[in-house]
Design a protein around this ligand. Structure first.
Ligand SMILES: [Fe+2]
Length: 268
């Protein structure tokens, strides 16, 4: 039987980090503007990982502590290391920016690439360990309803448009089973949000094709008893933006409110 499980957002975070590795691999380290862009990307990633790991510590690890388990100890230490790791990575970029010798800039740029690639690999192992060891332990200690209750709080507090934006961002990295999981959670947490969210998500296109296929759409409309008429008439506009979606000007302008910026891994 399929048990309730956390950590589905890892499917989004893993490629998010890999996109940065790819960006670093093609960066011209002789160009300081390109290095500045990497510093910005690292700050955004740090924010995503910090917020998500704070949720893992507070919501998931506290469940283990309450039952006398400490299997999360090393993984929580990894979370605490993020700040130092990102500080070191950004400092190395600043050093490369200040170098005058072009050959040295390229040599240190390659060193930075290896450094970040190592972080990517270690982080993937960290996330695997959470799913391979923490999740089964939580399933052993708690019922599905008890585990689900942790996540339902999130959707109660999020606005409809925020949830739509989150889904728009993470759904392309997920399968139909994951998507149904999110819709079920929302329906249980805030049933009044199901129709506006589902009807809007089903209309979203990415790269000229719908985010959700016709077959999956028909299944979901039927599953949540939404008529074709309702589907046609309900659409919620989403004007949310994540940090990495902002243009350079917007970034500076909205910088002060960045701490409250919603991101797809935000939990309550
Ligand atoms: Fe983690």
């Amino acid at each position: 039987m399929q048990r309730y499980r956390f950590y589905r957002e890892h499917k989004f975070i893993i490629p998010l980090i890999n996109d940065i590795t790819r960006k670093i691999a093609s960066t011209n380290f002789q160009n300081n503007k390109e290095i500045s862009l990497l510093i910005k990307k690292l700050s955004n990633l740090q924010l995503v990982l910090t917020k998500y790991s704070e949720h893992e510590d507070k919501a998931y690890h506290s469940l283990l502590v309450n039952k006398g388990s400490n299997i999360h100890y090393d993984l929580e230490n990894d979370h605490n290391d993020y700040e130092k790791k990102f500080c070191d990575l950004k400092n190395l970029l600043k050093i490369i920016k200040d170098l005058k010798n072009k050959k040295e800039k390229i040599a240190y740029g390659y060193k930075f690439y290896l450094n970040f690639r190592e972080f990517e690999v270690k982080n993937a192992i960290h996330m695997n360990n959470e799913e391979l060891y923490i999740m089964p332990k939580l399933q052993q200690l708690y019922s599905d309803n008890e585990l689900q209750a942790i996540e339902l709080k999130t959707y109660k507090l999020m606005k409809v448009s925020e949830i739509i934006h989150m889904m728009k961002t993470i759904f392309i990295y997920m399968d139909a089973n994951d998507r149904l999981h999110y819709f079920n959670d929302i329906n249980k947490s805030s049933p009044e949000k199901t129709k506006p969210i589902l009807c809007s998500i089903l209309k979203i296109k990415k790269n000229n094709s719908y985010l959700i296929s016709k077959k999956e759409k028909d299944f979901l409309l039927n599953y949540f008893s939404i008529s074709k008429e309702e589907y046609k008439n309900i659409n919620v506009e989403d004007k949310n933006k994540y940090l990495w979606e902002l243009s350079e000007g917007e970034f500076i302008e909205e910088n002060m409110s960045m701490k409250s910026q919603h991101d797809p891994t935000r939990k309550y």
